[in-house]
Design a protein around this ligand. Structure first.
Ligand code: MN
Length: 246
């Protein structure tokens, strides 16, 4: 139970954070609530401590990445939507991203970049968890074996996709509800928006330099190698199961 003193502290912190920097307000958990939430958007919770992924991803990178980079996407997405008609403000994040071509032209690029950033990062925080060398199991493991000829072959193909992203972007393991595929998107484009259309992310790696430069500098290959130790396979399996049902 929350004591009265805790409650006062929470209120004071929240009020202060609201006034000073909207992106320090912690919203509900990411995943489904991120795609179904609407304006004004909130920074998704990290859900674990900044150092939870050490030594593979360092605490300082996680703090700056979550608070500042994701924070800026949220702030800029809200800024863009503040000038949009109410009918657009009511759209969920997923509706905004699936209907980019229908948005007013003056906010389209801002929503694509910052809404995409909010969507991708909400997913990314959930897909990260130290796994102590763990691998997928159950239906997802079977599907990976069938699609790629085993886990090592899958790792090689996914790593190659991550290395091949030129500049900033993401590599993905996605499903269209039937089969698995490895894809990539530039900048903050999502796997659900056109032209990929409705490909649900199962695993995703952020290969923007801000995701690894403090620890790995220019060595993206080392970061991609380390990534295998911080994939939350339980969450990946949940995503796969949900997408396979629908
Ligand atoms: Mn990022």
């Amino acid at each position: 139970m929350m004591t009265r003193r805790d409650a006062i502290k929470t209120v004071a912190l929240t009020a202060g954070a609201l006034a000073a920097a909207p992106h320090f307000v912690y919203g509900a958990a990411a995943d489904s609530s991120a795609s179904s939430s609407a304006y004004p958007f909130k920074l998704p919770e990290l859900g674990y401590s900044y150092d939870a992924l050490e030594p593979y991803i360092d605490a300082q990178t996680m703090q700056i990445h979550h608070d500042k980079h994701n924070g800026a996407y949220v702030e800029n997405l809200n800024k863009a939507l503040a000038q949009a008609p109410e009918s657009v403000q009511k759209l969920t994040l997923e509706e905004l991203l699936l209907g980019l071509d229908k948005l007013p032209e003056n906010i389209r690029t801002a929503v694509r970049n910052n809404g995409g950033g909010q969507y991708n990062h909400s997913f990314f925080w959930k897909i990260l968890k130290k796994n102590e060398g763990g691998q997928p199991s159950g239906d997802l493991a079977k599907a990976i074996d069938q699609s790629f000829g085993g886990y090592p072959a899958f790792q090689a193909k996914f790593s190659e996709a991550a290395m091949k992203v030129f500049g900033s972007g993401w590599a993905w393991l996605v499903t269209d509800g039937k089969k698995l595929a490895i894809t990539s998107t530039p900048n903050q484009d999502t796997s659900i928006a056109k032209p990929n259309d409705k490909e649900t992310p199962i695993v995703g790696i952020d290969v923007w330099e801000h995701a690894y430069y403090l620890k790995y500098q220019n060595r993206r290959a080392d970061y991609v190698k380390a990534f295998w130790n911080v994939i939350n396979w339980d969450y990946a399996a949940e995503q796969y199961a949900a997408a396979s049902k629908s």
